[in-house]
Design a binder for this molecule. Structure first.
Ligand code: ATP
Ligand code: MG
Length: 573
């Protein structure tokens, strides 16, 4: 195994995480600094504003900002906005919001490739004058056909031999708007027989009569990503240009451009993309889910977008811890989503206040409890954090409990409520079931029980054994809420690997379950959007932005069952 891969935790290959230790990118940066190459490092996060950021981008954000923080330096936020047809201001705003929410600050270093368009144009003219670029009249299909394949060289077209004067003149007329979309391109004159297909006279400019979200209507020719990206890094003095593996094959082209122009060379380092099980990460597919209304929007809690994870109840701390845990690798892998969930549980277990909530209520009536009496029981806010104190939870004769905590006929090993059995109501009393009431369909709608007044606080006076402890809410005091439960968006671990339209058939029809008849503690009535809680025995929940006025909506962020920890324990030596 490549030693760099050993820093990857939680891949489907189940590699063991290596604690501590610098990753291979940190080693490169440390060596460059030790060699005196830079006084301080400059990294950048360069999104194209053509969609919302996802957890893969979060990995890149944490990596770039993390390096600058660790080694001293700064990180730029640069929008690589070279394709106005797919880019929107909404995406620019969302990207800034998400990076900030993750906890990173680019200060005044907010840049746009489109702010360099004038300089890129001048550089293109320089290449034309140097005989290293030409205007080509071939259609996109013709260019593709001439390009050759991995095994066959490409063939040059007649326009390749145009004079410098003719090229300059035509390029200026392209900019002046004299030609329709697609009529001509500017291409680099490199080598149509080059072993690397990216070097076979790639397109640098295309004609596109379309306004730009940042540059307005100043341009009708737009640079390609390949022509803009390396020069943008150079202009900004980026020391370490970190990108995903697919750009390895573009590196010779970026080097060729920088050499031809005679300008500063950033050092490009490639790392593996993050993929997550049971979701898609392709922006095109995510956009399709949003556009077709398959999900509630880019911030749907089932989406792997940063805004979706935030709405789901993920914290920036959990996402940063996850990015740290998975590390950086040089080989593509798919990380188990259970590891991401594990990171959230670790964070929330320490910080989330505990509350009672009943999602599928049935009424529990304590026949021997005085009518009208209300007792207040002291319940710890978070046993993991004694400084969080306690709260008082009201108790009365009629209580809500979970339907699944009651059976008329118990299955084997069922220790909760059934006629004759005694359970503990958490922090309150021991109660013994005396019977159930069913509706016409046979569903249990109410449960009768008696309580033991001597068990106040929930402990048996004679030490008798009670095997189940249930959560509960006083009927007269609870407030109503809607609760949304989530499952994986897809039914298979790697839907992104499925080509064609087939991937849509792999959507999980039960990825969202909306429960509208839930009850929660009255103390939750004032909870604000994004606040997080552990609902005892049910999982971690957060307040959804659909809440407001009297309406309370919660999203379940994760259940309490930690599949990752369980699996890890099984594999432990
Ligand atoms: P596109 O196909 O639109 O280029 P993209 O996912 O590469 O999609 P960008 O906006 O170009 O989106 O990405 C910005 C930065 O985030 C790039 O530096 C890219 O390398 C990095 N990035 C994108 N996806 C991932 C991923 N899954 N894991 C890690 N880094 C990623
Ligand atoms: Mg990209």
């Amino acid at each position: 195994m490549d030693r760099n891969d050993s820093h990857t935790a939680g891949t489907t290959g189940r590699e063991t995480p290596v604690a501590g230790g610098p990753n291979f990118i940190e080693e490169i940066v440390a060596a460059d600094l030790a060699a005196g190459k830079h006084a301080a490092i400059v990294t950048r996060f360069p999104p194209e504003p053509n969609g919302y950021l996802h957890i893969g981008h979060a990995k890149s954000i944490c990596l770039n900002f993390g390096l600058a923080a660790k080694f001293g330096g700064r990180t730029h936020l640069r929008f690589d906005d070279t394709n106005p047809l797919k880019e929107e201001q909404e995406y620019i705003d969302a990207i800034k919001r998400d990076v900030r929410w993750l906890g990173f600050d680019w200060g005044e270093h907010e840049y746009y490739a489109s702010d360099y368009f004038e300089r890129l144009y001048a550089w293109a003219e320089q290449l034309i004058r140097q005989g290293q670029a030409y205007v080509c009249d071939c259609t996109a299909e013709e260019v593709r056909a001439q390009r050759g394949t991995l095994t066959e060289p490409g063939v040059p077209c007649a326009h390749r031999e145009r004079s410098v004067e003719e090229n300059l003149h035509l390029f200026q007329r392209m900019r002046a708007g004299e030609f329709p979309d697609g009529a001509r391109t500017l291409r680099a004159k490199i080598d149509m027989a080059h072993g690397n297909v990216n070097m076979r006279d790639p397109v640098m400019y295309r004609i596109l009569h379309a306004p730009h979200p940042h540059a307005g209507s100043a341009w009708c020719i737009y640079p390609t990503y390949d022509w803009a990206h390396g020069q943008s890094d150079s202009i900004e003095g980026i020391t370490h240009s970190i990108c995903t593996l697919e750009f390895e094959a573009h590196r010779p082209l970026y080097d060729w451009f920088l050499d031809a122009l005679g300008i500063y060379h950033p050092r490009q380092i490639e790392f593996a993309r993050l993929n997550l099980t049971y979701t898609v990460m392709s922006k095109r597919r995510l956009l399709e889910l949003v556009r077709d209304g398959v999900v509630r929007g880019w911030d749907d809690p089932r989406m792997p977008t940063i805004s979706g994870l935030r709405r789901r109840g993920y914290t920036p701390e959990a996402i940063r811890a996850f990015a740290e845990r998975i590390g950086v690798a040089k080989r593509d892998s798919v990380v188990d989503v259970a590891l991401l969930e594990h990171c959230l549980r670790e964070d929330l277990n320490a910080r989330a206040p505990r509350r009672f909530a009943v999602l599928r209520p049935v009424l529990l009536i304590l026949d021997n409890y005085p009518e009208g009496l209300v007792e207040q029981f002291e319940v710890p806010n978070n046993p993991e954090d004694p400084s969080s104190g306690t709260r008082l939870v009201p108790f009365s004769r009629e209580l809500w409990i979970e339907a699944e905590d009651v059976r008329e006929v118990p299955p084997p090993k069922y220790w909760r409520l059934f006629p004759g059995n005694e359970v503990r109501l958490r922090s309150a009393y021991l109660v013994r079931c005396t019977g159930v009431v069913k509706d016409a369909t046979g569903a249990i709608v109410a449960v009768h029980a008696t309580y033991d007044p001597a068990s106040r606080g929930g402990s048996a006076p004679d030490g008798r054994r009670v095997r189940a402890t249930l959560h509960w809410l006083s009927r007269a005091h609870a407030v109503p809420a809607e609760v949304r439960l989530y499952d994986h968006l897809f039914t298979v671990p790697d839907p992104d690997a499925v080509a064609g339209a087939e991937w849509r058939s792999l959507l999980n029809p039960r990825s969202e379950e909306v429960l509208t008849t839930c009850w929660v503690e009255a103390a939750l009535a004032g909870a604000t959007v994004g606040e997080f809680f552990q609902f005892e025995r049910l999982g971690y929940f957060t307040v959804d932005p659909d809440s407001g006025g009297d309406r309370l909506v919660f999203n379940r962020s994760v259940t309490l069952k930690d599949a990752w920890a369980k699996e890890a324990a099984k594999h432990a030596p």
